[in-house]
Design a protein around this ligand. Structure first.
Ligand SMILES: [Mg+2]
Length: 409
């Protein structure tokens, strides 16, 4: 089962996606997601210029060996570009292996531990009425866990808050990457944020009751002591988690937050290796691992990371915004089903255009996602549809304080 071709497909059905399509001599096709939001072409080049020539003629069955060959063989280790490229190869080879076996991938990973993966959706609003509408809309669509992001008085735009109003039955979404010549600049004020957020959660609990799991994303904007204060002030509202409280590269920051609050903590969407987690897991400083299969070296690396987390009783909460392609999403769902220490899965439905390009088979019903029992990942790439949506440069925003100082976005 030799690799005969490996093609990098860049497409923009509403937003950019980079996909590796690996074909074996006997005609099996495997897909891997290599999308790095806002820096997509760097991974496309890494794959096309430096990885594809190494794949041709290799044994497609040698998944672990190929992972090690690309990781150790590059000499330059880790980093989001390298690890997204390795993830795409790894995921495509798992897709091929599962198709060759005639099984859904989760069966090769040990079989299902549950009937489906509890998903959380993204509700947001500039004010409470808009937020409540958005939460109701998500509940109507079947979500049983909700991330809550709110506008902040005095700030024009805030991460995670859709700029158009909710309601009307239309899809309610937030897409931060915008096709502008330069990144959009937003203004941030942590003190205003810390003053406003606890009252919002109090109002949401009052309106929707004590049972609904609520999540919140701090998006790496606080100092450790600010995050500790927020976690403490949110304790009465029983959050499922507080995510990305502090900048991701500072593992020791979580130690300080942990000393002050019992609000569960989640982090890891910008991580790309198990080595980003050694302090966090070994000292039990977090409760949920937030990495994406796409940015962490693929199915092989994510399975090992989650098994490492399981040793410490820490659960999964895999990254799943719309910049994770349907291929990356499917890979996450197979892991969600197969690992014992599953916690929750982030789920932002893709646009109709994206689903024209990526023909998915995964399902969402009664709050649970299921990857389907199709052989492999269960996603097909329509090359003709992909060609209709050419790449468009888009940037994530940047964030400045009122005095112009650049802050974490
Ligand atoms: Mg986050």
């Amino acid at each position: 089962m030799r690799i005969a071709a490996a093609d990098v497909v860049v497409t923009c059905p509403g937003r950019n996606f980079v996909t590796l399509r690996v074909t074996t001599e006997d005609g099996l096709v495997g897909l891997g997601d290599a999308t790095l939001n806002g820096r997509e072409l760097a991974v496309a080049s890494y794959l096309a210029d430096h990885v594809v020539p190494l794949l041709l003629g290799r044994d497609a069955r040698a998944v672990e060996d190929t992972w090690q060959y690309l990781y150790r063989g590059a000499y330059w280790r880790r980093g989001p570009v390298t690890m997204a490229a390795i993830a795409a190869v790894d995921t495509a080879l798992w897709d091929i292996k599962a198709k060759a076996a005639g099984m859904p991938l989760y069966q090769l990973l040990g079989g299902a531990c549950r009937v489906g993966a509890l998903a959380y959706g993204h509700a947001s609003g500039r004010d409470l009425p808009e937020l409540f509408d958005s939460i109701r809309l998500h509940l109507e669509r079947g979500f049983r866990a909700i991330r809550v992001q709110t506008g902040i008085p005095g700030l024009a735009t805030v991460y995670g808050v859709a700029s158009s109003a909710a309601g009307g039955g239309d899809r309610y979404d937030y897409e931060p990457a915008r096709p502008t010549a330069l990144p959009v600049e937003e203004t941030w004020d942590t003190r205003a944020y810390l003053r406003h957020v606890p009252g919002v959660f109090e109002a949401v609990r009052h309106e929707f009751g004590p049972e609904l799991p609520l999540l919140h994303d701090g998006h790496h904007r606080m100092t450790p002591i600010e995050a500790a204060r927020l976690g403490k002030s949110l304790e009465p509202y029983d959050l499922f988690w507080l995510e990305d409280a502090t900048p991701g590269e500072d593992q020791a920051a979580l130690r300080l937050i942990r000393q002050h609050t019992t609000t569960p903590l989640a982090i890891g969407e910008v991580f790309n290796s198990v080595h980003d987690y050694t302090t966090l897991l070994g000292e039990r400083l977090i409760d949920y691992v937030r990495s994406a299969v796409t940015h962490t070296g693929g199915v092989t690396a994510m399975k090992k990371l989650l098994d490492f987390a399981a040793v410490y009783g820490i659960k999964s909460g895999l990254h799943g915004p719309t910049d994770i392609s349907p291929v990356g999403m499917a890979a996450a769902l197979h892991l969600d089903l197969a690992v014992h220490n599953f916690g929750i899965q982030e789920y932002m439905p893709h646009t109709a255009e994206a689903l024209e390009v990526f023909r998915t088979s995964f399902t969402f019903a009664d709050g649970l996602l299921h990857p389907s029992d199709a052989a492999g990942l269960g996603v097909e790439l329509d090359l003709d549809a992909a060609a209709r949506f050419p790449y468009r440069a888009a940037y994530l925003p940047v964030n400045r304080l009122a005095d112009g100082t650049l802050h974490d976005w």
